[in-house]
Design a protein. Structure first.
Length: 292
């Protein structure tokens, strides 16, 4: 057997295929980092990942099922192997991933999906906590909000000052005058509302021009009230940017929070600043140090 031709995901090979007429209906359709997702025929989805934080998807799904009418996957089973590998088996939501359907949707369909998504997300606005945290009082995880490793937990946090203390860790090399000016621009994080936090085009399912489901709740929790709107401005592709621009039209407007975060994100690159970071630095009456 030609070991170089063996699939590292399923252990199958062209040679083994040539010896039988079997064609698998188990397909690896998504992989990123330390995780992958398999479709098991047309009915089930199996998600596999290292047993690393955050890993709150099952508890988040159960929580939302009890409190909202948002169309989300139904958990069939979950378990963790002795080596720490975590598996989550869910029922498959009918339809297509929004990314796949996007080129075929009409402008009217796209607007409808954005509006329906925002309407469902409004149910999350009523789910609040007195702390910024994940369910069960566990830390938040967000590589974008805190500008660090996605596996680094933060909190629970109980105030704007505590939130800023966590965010500003990535600005320790930035002049104090700029950090102070940015802190003054930070809008209040309250009320701390339950937030999906990753409404990218691959995490929505559509069917016949209508929203069918919202996926990937593993990193959700009680975030600043402006975070859902702000994160919906972070795009991974041209199609994702188009989708999120439509979605923001129907979400509660938190432009102030989004603009604050954008300045934060670009300022962390100091002293190798892009145009936005330079503009903010200049607005503080500062300039870059001269290169030696």
């Amino acid at each position: 057997m030609d070991t170089e031709a063996i699939c590292s995901a399923c252990s199958w090979s062209p040679i083994r295929q040539s010896h039988c007429s079997y064609h698998s209906h188990v397909k690896l359709f998504y992989s990123a980092g330390n995780r992958g997702a398999w479709s098991l025929g047309s009915k089930l989805i199996l998600k596999e990942r290292e047993n690393a934080l955050p890993n709150n998807e099952t508890s988040n799904i159960q929580f939302l099922t009890e409190r909202t009418s948002i169309p989300i996957p139904q958990v069939v089973e979950e378990w963790t192997e002795d080596d720490g590998t975590h598996f989550l088996l869910t029922k498959r939501i009918p339809g297509q991933c929004l990314e796949e359907a996007w080129p075929t949707l009409s402008a009217e369909d796209k607007e409808r999906v954005a509006k329906q998504t925002a309407e469902y997300l409004m149910q999350l606005r009523d789910l609040r906590s007195d702390r910024m945290e994940c369910l069960g009082g566990t830390p938040l995880y967000s590589a974008f909000l805190f500008a660090d490793d996605y596996k680094t937990g933060h909190g629970p946090l109980t105030s704007d000052d505590e939130l800023w203390a966590e965010m500003s860790r990535s600005l320790s090399h930035v002049p104090e005058e700029a950090r102070s000016a940015l802190r003054r621009r930070m809008p209040s994080a309250a009320p701390y509302t339950f937030t999906h936090g990753d409404l990218t085009i691959v995490n929505l399912m559509v069917d016949k021009g209508h929203l069918a489901g919202i996926l990937d709740w593993e990193g959700s929790g009680y975030f600043p009230v402006w975070w859902e709107f702000t994160h919906a401005g972070i795009s991974l592709s041209a199609e994702d940017a188009e989708w999120k621009a439509l979605l923001r039209k129907y979400l509660p407007d938190h432009t102030e929070g989004r603009e604050f975060w954008k300045d934060f994100w670009f300022l962390r690159q100091y002293p190798d600043l892009e145009e936005r970071g330079l503009q903010f630095l200049n607005s503080c009456g500062l300039s870059l140090p001269e290169k030696m």
